[in-house]
Design a protein around this ligand. Structure first.
Ligand code: AMP
Length: 275
């Protein structure tokens, strides 16, 4: 496995690859969710490249950039075990100069849900992902459906900037207790984790109502909110949307997503259900 730390070396490596390149961008602190993206990349491409970069521009001023878990040695071992071909670990000073061009997400998609409380977040995501795509020039890039809004906004970027590649959303991986895996789960105390389980339980509840034939989104949102109302859990939203993140009245198969975000203590947790 190649470990590549500069943009020039990454470009040189990329030039030497004729095969179909799959790319998995990450911020490290790798878990099974990330590994599932790597496996998918390996199954759908001939050369898999993973990046590990804790991107400062997607963190707000009072967010956890400094505290964000960094476990590089273990991450590299996991990548090696998964059979990744190359890991790109760029340096922040090479990635960013002063006074940069920035990208803004679409107004209707970028400033609601996660973007409401984190208005600069998706700008930072677009900026870093476009840089990484331009350096790595993947044929396919693999992203988790866990971050539904991120995937949908990035798909718009690929479409609207005519990027010659495919972006592939991949299913959520959960822990054995149901909680969606996230690098931020380590912030949870045991007690907070028990409270957090109400989130996947609510997803399951909504899923079973849909399986029983319920299609009224507002009714289900109300049910979800009621179910999320327990001590220690602060629901931020529980909403049905279409793939443009617009609210919907009626659930349509293959076109609807149920989004939940809730806070437990200081930790913001995301979960969702792609219907
Ligand atoms: P991050 O390191 O948090 O930036 O995540 C890197 C990629 O892994 C993103 O595309 C995430 O959506 C994806 N990811 C994170 N958690 C999960 C999960 N539990 N299941 C599937 N993909 C995930």
């Amino acid at each position: 496995m190649e470990i590549i730390k500069t943009i020039a070396e990454m470009r040189e490596y990329r030039r030497s690859i004729q095969a179909i390149v799959g790319f998995v961008p990450t911020m490290g602190a790798l878990h099974e969710g990330h590994l599932s993206l790597m496996r998918r990349s390996e199954s759908e491409s001939e050369c898999s490249i993973v990046s590990i970069f804790v991107n400062p521009t997607q963190f707000g001023a009072n967010e956890d950039f400094d505290k964000y878990p960094r476990t590089l040695e273990k991450d590299l071992e996991l990548c090696e075990k998964e059979g990744v071909d190359a890991v790109f670990i760029p340096n922040v000073n090479e990635m960013y100069k002063n006074d940069e061009i920035t990208l803004n997400p679409p107004k209707k998609m970028g400033y609601i849900f996660e973007g409401f409380d984190r208005p600069t977040h998706f700008s930072g995501v677009l900026q870093v992902v476009l840089k990484l795509f331009n350096i790595i020039r993947p044929h396919k890039a693999f992203f988790g459906q866990k971050d539904a809004q991120q995937v949908l906004i990035l798909q718009k970027m690929v479409e609207q900037f005519f990027l010659n590649m495919e972006l592939i959303p991949c299913p959520i991986v959960r822990d054995s207790d149901g909680l969606a895996l996230s690098s931020r789960n380590i912030y949870l105390s045991d007690q907070e984790r028990r409270i957090a389980l109400r989130i996947p339980q609510t997803i399951e509840l909504i899923e079973s109502c849909i399986q029983e034939g319920e299609t009224n989104a507002k009714k289900l949102e109300k049910k979800a909110f009621e179910n999320l109302h327990i001590e220690g859990l602060e629901p931020i939203y529980a909403s049905f949307v279409n793939h443009c993140l617009e609210p919907i009245e009626k659930i349509v198969w293959d076109q609807s997503i149920f989004l939940i975000t809730a806070r437990v203590g200081k930790t913001r947790l995301l979960d969702n259900l792609w219907i």
